[in-house]
Design a protein around this ligand. Structure first.
Ligand SMILES: [Zn+2]
Length: 205
């Protein structure tokens, strides 16, 4: 049974998640937004080996801890959508993940093996063009696409309100009461969001 630890990091308390497999002692980090040393300490304290970094999107508050973790764990893959990497350093894309070693771009429909589990990649644009949701069993790591009671901003470069509504509709239409692990603030569930989240309700109309 996979374990999930939420660790708010950085100046605006972005949720970094440690996905832990007690069987294999492997750990995947979702959105190391800052405080790489603290994240690393948590991993080692639990006797785990970091095997990958998953990036829901490239905004600075989700990726600042990537280089520090790669220093501690050289060679591990960093999974991210290709639209979230600042390949050409265009000025207005400054918030996106800077190219680091080991970037492995992923897209809609890809699966990433993690221990005995499988991580499914869903492309859920709107907050940013390459925003991803990672699904593991009945858990969704949805970055800044879906929040408890709200959704991510769409006024940054590459954002689109129309697109985020489509992404919210897609997530809300998934079967079952999946756990929602967002990029900011508290954890929720699809059942709650389907009845209480005004943006989800708008998307489903
Ligand atoms: Zn963001």
């Amino acid at each position: 049974m996979l374990q999930i630890k939420r660790m708010p990091v950085g100046q605006i308390g972005t949720n970094c998640y440690l996905l832990e497999d007690p069987e294999t002692k492997l750990c995947a980090v979702v959105d190391p937004g800052d405080q790489a040393a603290d994240i690393d300490r948590e991993i080692r304290k639990a006797g785990l080996t970091l095997s990958m970094i998953l990036i829901t999107h490239g905004h600075f508050d989700h990726v600042l801890g990537v280089p520090g973790l790669l220093e501690q764990w050289p060679g591990i893959p960093v999974y991210v959508h290709e639209k979230e990497v600042n390949w050409n350093k265009a000025g207005d894309q400054y918030m996106l993940l800077a190219p680091v070693d080991n970037i492995k771009t992923v897209k809609e429909g890809d699966t990433i093996p993690f221990g005995a589990a499988e991580i499914q990649v869903m492309h859920t644009p709107g907050h940013s063009p390459g925003s991803l949701t990672f699904r593991v069993g009945d858990v969704l790591f949805c970055g800044d696409t879906l929040f408890a009671g709200s959704c991510g901003r769409t006024d940054f470069v590459g954002g689109s309100y129309g697109q985020i509504l489509l992404s919210l509709k897609r997530l809300a239409s998934l079967e079952g009461n999946l756990r929602v692990c967002p990029g900011h603030e508290g954890i929720s569930s699809l059942d709650v969001e389907r009845v209480r989240n005004p943006f989800v309700l708008e998307a489903l109309r």
